[in-house]
Write a protein that binds this ligand. Sequence first.
Ligand code: PGA
Length: 238
Amino acid sequence: MKKLIVANWKLNPLTESEAVSLARKIDHKNVVVCPPFPFLPAVRKVLKRAALGAQDVFWEPHGAYTGEVSGLMLKSVGARYVIIGHSERRAYFGESDDAINEKIHAALASGLKVIVCVGEPRAVRRWGFMAARRFVARQLKRDLRGVKEKVIVAYEPIWAIGSGTSDKPEETVRMAMFIKKFCAKRFALRSVSVLYGGSVKPGNARGFLIRKEINGALVGGASLKASEFKKIVQAAGK
Ligand code: PGA
């Protein structure tokens, strides 16, 4: 199965022209480019091979919700994927599992493919792998309540995001196997794809991407540097 590499640009770059130029350079098959909302239409225009994704979505389709963006709006500008429940949204914007659950339902109803992010903080991981597993299970149980369509799960241990220290591929494999089994048993969601995210770089990408249990990567920092991102995409193709 082909690996999916997702570029999460977060609050970058600063201008539309930089966004377009970066998108042109990372336009490969099996890639999803997730720019900030204002750049979605311009980036869509230049992507020939990669798919377009958004970094968040609101749960209502329209109405009096100042500042929000709905799934139908994202669809109408060509987005096919949406990242939901990134740890930065949980931490800085107080997103709860209930809110994430509503967003997932709304996004699926709009016809978007959902990439839901889960992962434990360092304090939990210090207690060991089983503690991390329990934390992730609790997130999945709440985030996926009532979900019947397939979603993509991105396992992103919070301590690995932007820190330069990634998880160990063999631990990620264990977590990916657990997530797949949990989704199948609890939600009857078969063959859920699991991506790894957290300091994925050209030097460590292959270690994750050669494992059959890991279906791709969610890349933050390295997706802003075309040369680094290309190497990660190449590692996925090998
Ligand atoms: P990072 O971010 O690759 O910069 O660690 C990953 C993410 O937050 O999705």
